[in-house]
Design a protein around this ligand. Structure first.
Ligand code: NAP
Length: 271
């Protein structure tokens, strides 16, 4: 089974990002709104900031101390109206009772580089220009760069979240795949997945998909990132599966997601 090298794909995307930034009059600006003191979020924001600095994106972090929903929305409105800012992302977890859909509505669609505004998802569904969530875009970009045929292919997306499963399914549909979306109520998940040409796992359950779920010719994209007790990460797919190709965790979808987030910021800066 071939392991797909997400880091190499990310490096190739970043090369293009760096070249495009060189042609811009000023560095594109990414605003990261952090409404939490969660340590895992802080780690993720530092990793975005590092990747941005390397590529030449000006990453500005706006940390809000125990904000209310309206305070987060007001900050996103302010950044949406600031002509110096090209891309905006809002980190989670959000305060209790506040949803990303609610605050995401306050990110201007043209600056919504991680597809958090429900209007972006609607535009994606309608085939109008919009940024897909970077993770969903990463699924498609990996398939494209690996030369995986999508037209007429049977694709199963396991997971139907607004941030990964649904947009990944819409993007596959736009490539003319025949798409099935599976979720926690799906009957006989193994039977649904086994005959698919493309399997996308976006669940958040360690090794949920095992050898019985995946056919020998399938290309499997593992979006899951499940922390282990020893500080590592495992995916939703058991690496013992015998497929044609699999994205490893870590080193698969994750690095491509970060590279595409920066790609979106540059595209937003170019207008
Ligand atoms: P989520 O919002 O919790 O959604 C999980 C989905 O999985 C839901 O649709 C749920 O079904 C479905 N599900 C749960 N248990 C299932 C089961 N036993 N069988 C089939 N489906 C099941 O999670 P998410 O935000 O989409 O994230 C999914 C995974 O991707 C997580 O591990 C997350 O950490 C990872 N992730 C990775 C990146 C990256 O850059 N690599 C980015 C974002 C997320 P119901 O709808 O029926 O509840």
């Amino acid at each position: 089974m071939r392991l797909i090298d997400g880091r190499a794909i990310a490096a190739a995307i970043t090369e293009g990002v760096v070249a495009d930034i060189a042609a811009l009059p000023t560095a594109p600006v990414l605003a990261v709104v952090v409404p939490t003191d969660d340590e895992a979020t802080a780690w993720y924001v530092r990793s975005i900031a590092r990747a941005a600095a390397k590529a030449g994106v000006d990453c500005r972090v706006f940390t809000l101390d125990k904000p209310t929903g309206p305070e987060i929305s007001a900050e996103l409105d302010r950044l949406s109206g600031d002509p110096a800012v090209h891309g905006i992302i809002c980190q989670t977890p959000l305060p209790d009772g506040v949803t990303l859909d609610e605050v995401g509505l306050h990110i201007a669609v043209a600056k919504d580089v991680d597809g958090a505004n429900p209007e972006s998802l609607g535009r994606l569904a309608a085939g109008l220009p919009a940024y897909a969530p970077a993770t969903a875009h990463a699924v498609l970009e990996i398939l494209r760069r690996e030369g995986v045929p999508m037209v007429g292919a049977s694709a199963v997306v396991v997971g139907r979240s607004t941030v990964v499963g649904k947009p990944a399914a819409l993007l596959l549909l736009a490539e003319h795949a025949t798409v099935t979306v599976a979720h926690s109520r799906t009957r006989d998940l193994a039977a649904v997945c086994r005959t698919a040409d493309i399997v996308v796992a976006a669940v958040g359950r360690p090794h949920l998909l095992g050898p019985g779920h995946v056919g020998p010719d399938a290309v499997v994209i593992d979006v899951g990132t499940n922390p282990t007790e020893d500080g590592g990460l495992v995916g939703d797919v058991d690496p013992a599966v015998q497929a044609a190709a699999l994205t490893p965790v870590p080193g698969g979808v994750g690095p491509v997601t970060t590279a595409l987030l920066l790609r979106h910021v540059v595209d937003a800066a170019r207008g």
